[in-house]
Design a protein around this ligand. Structure first.
Ligand SMILES: [Fe+2]
Ligand SMILES: [Fe+2]
Length: 280
């Protein structure tokens, strides 16, 4: 309020003014203290924020280190199982190049039916372990040159379950995928496969894929009971059937994909060829 020059305050007014002034001074002091406290608080908050950022940075680094360790561990697991798979092939007519080709066919097929690169890679890494259960089948059966009798055949048909038991109980996604493939790679779409006689989509995709690519590669390879067939003949058997193989054994969607990319299979087969193998 502006006072006019001729206005002379009386004593009471003076006293009131002084009181108001000192009150204002007190308020100003309080405000100042409040401001200092707030500034201190905000400095503290800033320091805490910086510390939190540092923690987050540390956590991020620890997370990445942990992921690296996990994937190294996973690779070590996979490496062990692949070695076991390689050991099992000595009992069998299947070879190291067979399991390499299987990975490549499976990945190509997976990408063709819309799997992501990571999903297709998982099948690529897991497929080689499909027959690991054969380590548990006696040599006299695995290496028998004549046809198997019914009892021997029943023992061979246990290899999916043996393999799945061998791979079970691991926290690794790779080994879990390998377990599912090992258990289901002899199931057939029409329910005539083993060990569980699963049908259609009850068979996991990895099992359905390995079923098809394993058949392709077995038909292309020489076996004690059959010569190696040409790509054209194998396509004909898979797509139209013969006395052992029927198109109803395979997932129709995968058969369609095979029809689309069968030439890639031929390239894979030729590039990862069997040593000294003659094509019939
Ligand atoms: Fe098998
Ligand atoms: Fe195989």
């Amino acid at each position: 309020m502006k006072l006019s020059p001729e206005f002379v305050p009386d004593d009471d007014l003076n006293t009131q003014l002084r009181a108001a002034k000192s009150q204002l001074a007190l308020y100003a002091k309080d405000l100042n203290e409040l401001l200092v406290r707030e500034q201190k608080k905000s400095r503290k908050l800033e320091a805490t924020n910086k510390q939190m950022q540092a923690y987050a940075q540390d956590l991020k680094a620890a997370y990445h280190a942990e992921r690296r360790k996990t994937s190294e561990l996973e690779k070590a697991y996979a490496d062990t199982v692949v070695r076991l798979t390689l050991a099992s092939r000595y009992k069998d007519e299947e070879t190291g190049t067979h399991i390499q080709r299987l990975s490549h066919y499976s990945k190509a097929l997976g990408l063709c039916v819309g799997l992501s690169e990571d999903e297709a890679q998982l099948i690529f890494d897991a497929a080689p372990m499909h027959d690991v259960g054969k380590v548990s089948i006696p040599d006299m059966i695995m290496q028998k040159r004549g046809p198997l009798d019914e009892q021997e055949w029943e023992i061979v048909k246990r290899h999916p379950v043996f393999g799945a038991n061998l791979l079970a109980g691991s926290p690794s996604q790779l080994l879990e995928t390998a377990r599912i493939i090992a258990l289901t790679h002899h199931e057939r779409w029409d329910g005539t496969g083993y060990p569980q006689g699963l049908k259609g989509n009850d068979i996991p995709l990895g099992g359905r894929m390995v079923m098809l690519v394993d058949t392709y590669d077995a038909l292309r390879s020489r076996r004690p009971y059959k010569p190696a067939f040409t790509h054209t003949k194998v396509c004909d058997i898979i797509l139209h059937g013969d006395d052992r193989t029927q198109p109803t054994h395979f997932d129709p969607q995968l058969l369609e994909a095979f029809r689309e990319i069968h030439e890639q299979f031929d390239v894979i087969f030729s590039e990862i060829a069997e040593e000294g193998m003659a094509e019939g």
